[in-house]
Design a protein around this ligand. Sequence first.
Ligand SMILES: Cc1ncc(COP(=O)(O)O)c(C=O)c1O
Length: 395
Amino acid sequence: MPALNEIAALRSETPGCAHHIHLNNAGASLVPRPVLEAMQNYLTEESLHGGYETFAAHAGAIAGFYDAMAKLLHTNPRNIAFAGSATDAYARALSAIPFEAGDVLLTTDDDYVSNQIAFLSLQNKLKIRVLRAAKLPEGGVDPQSVKELMEKHRPKLVAVTHVPTNSGLVQDVEAVGRLCREREVWYLVDACQSAGQMPLDMAEIGCDFLSGTMRKWLRGPRGAGFLFVSDRVLEAGLEPLLPDMAGAVWVENDRYLPMDDARRFEFWEKPFALLVGSGAAVKYALDLGLGGIERQVTALAEHTRQQLSALAGVLVLDRGSRRCGIVTAFFEGKKPADLKKALDGAGINTGFGATVNALIDFKEKGVDWALRLSPHYYNTHAEIDRAVEVLAKVS
Ligand SMILES: Cc1ncc(COP(=O)(O)O)c(C=O)c1O
């Protein structure tokens, strides 16, 4: 296994690097060969021996997913559930909160679009109230505002997105977590854009649920996600709105017992090839080390911001005292379609966000779209410089 500074070796273990400059790791990263092979081998075995038989023969590799994910999050395998996506994990967690009419859900301006839609749906259906805490002058949720709103409104749930999809900001989930723990308030963290690009410690964050995906910074497959479930949740008997026979046992005609671990939040049927690939992806990240990954990603992102800022008419939009691997920029007088065409033509993968992806953030920044570049540790300065060179030539 190459080390983090062995970029050439890391790239030769990533087949996609031979085809593209991939600066869309916040969309979906390129899977490394060990992850690809783990999934291919599993699928081959299923085709030769049968799905249930392959499952029975690979209990070790399947348990390996829960073990690796527990190491990544500094928790126990019993606190980990597999999910079909970050949103799937998030929705299952949200459905477990015993909301009643009049309850308050406290969140931030920078929470993910789908989370905001889910909160508003609960507001419509269950008559809860959605409140958003104020921001710090430099960007990111203000813990003092969270504290004041908690004291005034006693929310049933606090929900914070660690890293928003549309900016390089890292929100202070630990400070909010301390407030939740002092007041015993349920706390849900969306770590979809932070898992795999920085260390995550469940005790330090103090959350009850934390959701994420495999396909972004963890470099795993699409169609796979995870949910951390705290012991507090398990002991309090919270369960998803609709558990199935993996999450509960039907013990009497009119009674079931929920599982005593986080499997309570899983469904029985799973894409086991993806689950095994996810385990391989998490092990890959653990072997490289999350502290080093964060340093390398942050340095590449800072380089990207500097290069973009040097272009005339380019506004780098990222705010916050702590920033990460997502770089967003607005190009005055340019059309996103023209930028995309030029980048695609040069074999450079990037992402674009529109106002509907970040309603509050983009309105405040006075933009209606942004280019998103998201380098991972396997990208190079030369790749970033090439992307900036292509962007500079778009008229
Ligand atoms: C911050 C954040 N949360 C949640 C999601 C949703 O993840 P998924 O598409 O896996 O449901 C995304 C996807 O981009 C995201 O950026």
